[in-house]
Write a protein that binds this ligand. Structure first.
Ligand code: SAM
Length: 229
């Protein structure tokens, strides 16, 4: 069935794979193919994705260091009734990735914004974790400094639902120790390398997971889910 053409003057937020290259929707591919310009967090990475799908398009960079400046270029395109697709390195733009600023600016300027939904590591992790899914709270990345991390964790004491964090392999053991102090009785799930060859879900108390990583070096990308009882 033929699909409606893209709407002029629209900013499309296009989700891209978080590991498995098959995880891209037909609509995402069509949007990338038919838009006037793609704004990408990393042009090289996006060009690889485009090449894999035989799409040739104009790609401009839009990352956290130039998002403010780039917003104006994107707004100018939208003003001229062009269609812009925003993509991040992986997953859903605006979720711990550039996007929020541009979206707000586009809405303020009266432009249309559409989501082209697809992969998001947060959403991939929650249903397979086995933890309660009815209510959850996404806290993103904790600050880097210990004081800021403690403050943030304390602020979550009264927050109900499963807590969800993003964390890098360099700080995952630090986070597990912090969880051991903060909520020693909690159930923790580490969703690691989702959709990739070495995907795994590690489940246990903070103490058990601290012990697990005392014996091996953490590798890959992690979504951390915490159920407090
Ligand atoms: N916008 C992205 C999304 O929708 O998933 C998230 C971008 S954020 C900069 C990167 C973080 O997301 C990683 O440090 C990790 O916490 C999480 N992440 C991304 N891909 C992942 C994967 N395949 N498996 C587990 N966690 C992942």
């Amino acid at each position: 069935m033929p699909q409606a053409p893209l709407q002029p003057g629209t900013l499309y937020l296009v989700a891209t794979p978080i590991g498995n290259l098959e995880d891209i929707t037909l609509r995402a591919l069509r949007t990338l193919r038919e838009c006037n310009i793609i704004a990408a967090e990393d042009t090289r990475r996006t060009n690889q994705l485009l090449k894999a799908h035989d799409i040739s398009q104009k790609v401009v960079s839009c990352h956290k260091f130039n998002e403010a400046k780039r917003s104006q270029v994107i707004l100018d395109c939208l003003e001229n009734d062009q269609t812009v697709a925003l993509v991040s390195d992986a997953g859903t733009p605006g979720i711990s990735d550039p996007g929020e600023r541009i979206v707000r600016a586009a809405i303020k300027a009266g432009h249309r914004v559409e989501s082209v939904p697809g992969p998001c590591s947060l959403i991939a992790a929650i249903p397979a974790s086995g933890l309660p899914t009815e209510e959850f709270h996404f806290a993103g990345f904790l600050p880097h400094k210990s004081g800021g991390r403690k403050k943030k964790l304390n602020s979550l004491n009264q927050t109900s639902g499963t807590l969800c964090f993003y964390e890098s392999p360099y700080r995952i053991t630090k986070l597990l120790s912090e969880l051991q102090t903060q909520w020693p009785e909690s159930e923790v799930v580490l969703a690691r390398e989702l959709t990739k060859k070495f995907e795994e879900f590690l489940r246990g108390s903070p103490a058990q997971l601290v012990e697990y990583y005392a014996k091996r070096k953490p590798k890959g990308e992690f979504v951390v889910l915490v159920h407090r009882t």
